[in-house]
Design a protein around this ligand. Structure first.
Ligand code: ZN
Ligand code: ZN
Length: 348
């Protein structure tokens, strides 16, 4: 990161996003900030993490009894830095004021946007290995669970079983709250699992992701108890067509907006464009949602090595919703769908 400071026109960069701190240092604890300078980097944590930090972190470690920002302010003062960059999405206003108080006269704070997140968009080979493992765990947990699901099961129990299986297979946790939505509740794209029991002849939507060694996976599949009615089958076929069209449109150099349009155009042909109420996908890695966004009119160009999701959906109030989501690796000439789970509309 040091080499980027001149172009950002700052003398030092305060990194306070936990995922960015982890990305740059490997630190896994919950209280750590990093001050990157042109010459070196300083990591600040509290005494609870002293041992861990000394084992994990190769830059200078400061174990502070004071607030970490006061520690960072001390280094800034000592080195007489003038322009300090900070992450505006990750520095609370009260911390901003505290840091400002610590700065020597003539120094100023400058927001730097999502510079590190942009760097994180293209994954290294070792990051991709971890994403592949997370995806494998997620799919395995799904297949172990889904074969035992039948009418009468509560959404919350299915979600608990999925979470348990993920952890039993090596994930440290679910990457986000597992979505299990039955029947008409599947029309809520971010439904929380409830005590609702899966009925006979009901749609079941499961959206789940594992977080394993810090890296996320993300997948959505749909199933039905008994044979799905024609209207729901039509919805499923349209969404699957949209998902496959988006996957086919992916390669390095294409904009994320073009990939979004590939899915949206198919749903429009089926008169379902207004039922598709979210974007087509998102980057993922240390966080479940990372840049780039695969969204309408977005101009970000895909690059080989980006890990993204493709997840078009269509939601009809009173009927239900279908979403099909895979975790995907962008390659030079196309993409590799990492998620191994079949996309068939299975009958339970
Ligand atoms: Zn998802
Ligand atoms: Zn997703």
């Amino acid at each position: 990161m040091s080499e980027r400071l001149p172009e950002l026109k700052i003398d030092a960069l305060l990194v306070s996003s936990p995922a960015n701190v982890r990305y740059l240092t490997g630190y896994l604890g919950s209280n750590g900030i990093l001050l990157v300078t042109k010459a070196d980097a300083h990591f600040f944590t509290d005494p609870r993490y002293a041992i861990e930090a000394s084992q994990q972190i190769t830059c200078k470690v400061h174990v502070e009894k004071k607030p970490l920002l006061v520690g960072a302010g001390g280094v800034i003062k000592r080195k007489r830095f003038k322009k300090i960059g900070f992450e505006s999405s990750w520095l609370r206003y009260e911390d901003y004021l505290k840091l400002k108080e610590e700065l020597p006269l003539g120094s100023g704070l400058q927001p730097i946007g999502k510079v590190i997140e942009e760097q994180r968009m293209v994954k290294s080979a070792s990051e991709l290995d971890l994403i592949r493992r997370s995806v494998a765990t997620n799919s395995e947990a799904y297949s172990k669970t889904i074969r035992r699901v039948h009418a009468g099961a509560r959404e919350m129990d299915i979600a608990a079983e999925l979470d348990y299986q993920m952890r039993a297979l090596g994930a440290e946790k679910a990457a986000f709250e597992t979505i299990v939505a039955a029947g008409v509740r599947s029309a809520l794209p971010h439904a929380h699992p409830t005590a609702h029991r899966l009925g006979e002849n009901e749609l079941l939507l499961i959206d789940m992701g594992a977080s394993q060694d810090g890296y996320a996976s993300d997948m959505t599949r749909v199933a039905h108890t008994g044979e799905p009615p024609k209207r729901i089958l039509r919805l499923y076929k349209a969404v699957l067509e949209a998902q496959l069209a988006a996957l086919r449109s992916i390669k390095a150099g294409v904009t994320t907006g073009e990939v979004d349009a590939a899915a949206r155009d198919v749903l429009k042909r089926h008169e379902l464009d207004r039922a598709f109420v979210h974007s087509t996908g998102h980057g993922l890695g240390l966080e479940i949602h990372e840049p780039p966004r695969i969204a309408r009119k977005d101009k970000t160009k895909l690059q080989a090595g980006m890990a993204i999701t493709i997840e078009p959906g269509a939601y009809i109030d009173g009927l239900g919703g279908i979403r099909i989501e895979d975790t995907v690796l962008v390659t030079e000439h196309g993409c590799e769908v990492l998620t191994p789970t079949p996309k068939d509309f299975i009958e339970l």
